[in-house]
Design a binder for this molecule. Structure first.
Ligand code: HEC
Length: 182
């Protein structure tokens, strides 16, 4: 037992010497990745090889799975998208089903299950001016355009959705609108 105590004391003394020898320098690091987060070091200027998360993409490049969108965020291009822009997807159950899923995540809180503008945020008086889809003269192109850029109080949803998901939502919104107009 005494041996253990002596040994422990010796260890303690040694640890103290090692850790206190120079107070201006960081001493032995226990679990160094708690101090230096290698993969996510945000400060790219440090030359940290794991800093890609903080870098801007090269100008003119497009993230994988994205497609360039040629219409600008202007009234003129809204009108152009409304007449010219067409969905690349076929109208079918699978697309509608996916569209419904995405709509339920991203749009239903304002626009409501039926698209009548009676979503939770509207009922709770948190958001004013949400229209019913039947009262808007919208086309698949204009719906897509509004998902990309938003409109007045409605924000853009482009970053949350892939190109395909946007078109699936467009298809579903079109169906909601048709049902409202019946
Ligand atoms: C935070 C509330 C909110 C959310 C979430 C929201 N919207 Fe809207 N949306 C609005 C409001 C408010 C307007 C009315 C904008 C205006 O014309 O002033 C609107 C208008 C629209 C219009 C009509 C635009 C036009 O051309 O007249 C469409 C289509 C639309 N939203 C689709 C969507 C879709 C699809 C989603 C989900 C991806 C969505 N919205 C999510 C609030 C919202």
């Amino acid at each position: 037992m005494r041996k253990y105590i002596k040994f422990s004391i010796a260890l303690l003394v040694l640890a103290t010497i090692v850790s206190c020898s120079d107070k201006r320098e960081r001493q032995l690091q226990y679990m160094p990745d708690m101090y230096v987060a290698v993969p996510y070091e945000a400060d790219a200027e440090k030359g940290n090889t794991g800093a890609s998360s903080n870098m801007k993409p090269v100008a003119g490049t497009i993230a994988r799975g994205n497609v360039p969108y040629e219409y600008a965020d202007t009234n003129a291009d809204y009108e152009k998208a409304k007449t010219d822009l067409k969905s690349p997807l076929v109208q079918d159950e699978a697309n509608l089903e996916q569209g419904k899923k995405m709509y339920t995540i991203y749009c239903v809180s304002c626009h409501g299950k039926k698209g009548d503008g009676n979503g939770y945020l509207s009922q709770a008086d948190k958001f004013a001016g949400i229209p019913s889809y039947k009262d808007r003269d919208i086309t698949e192109g204009s719906i897509y355009h509004v998902i990309m850029y938003g409109k007045n109080l409605m924000g853009s949803h482009s970053s949350q959705l892939t190109n395909k998901e946007r078109w699936q939502i467009v298809q579903y919104v079109g169906q909601l609108r048709n049902d409202l107009l019946k």
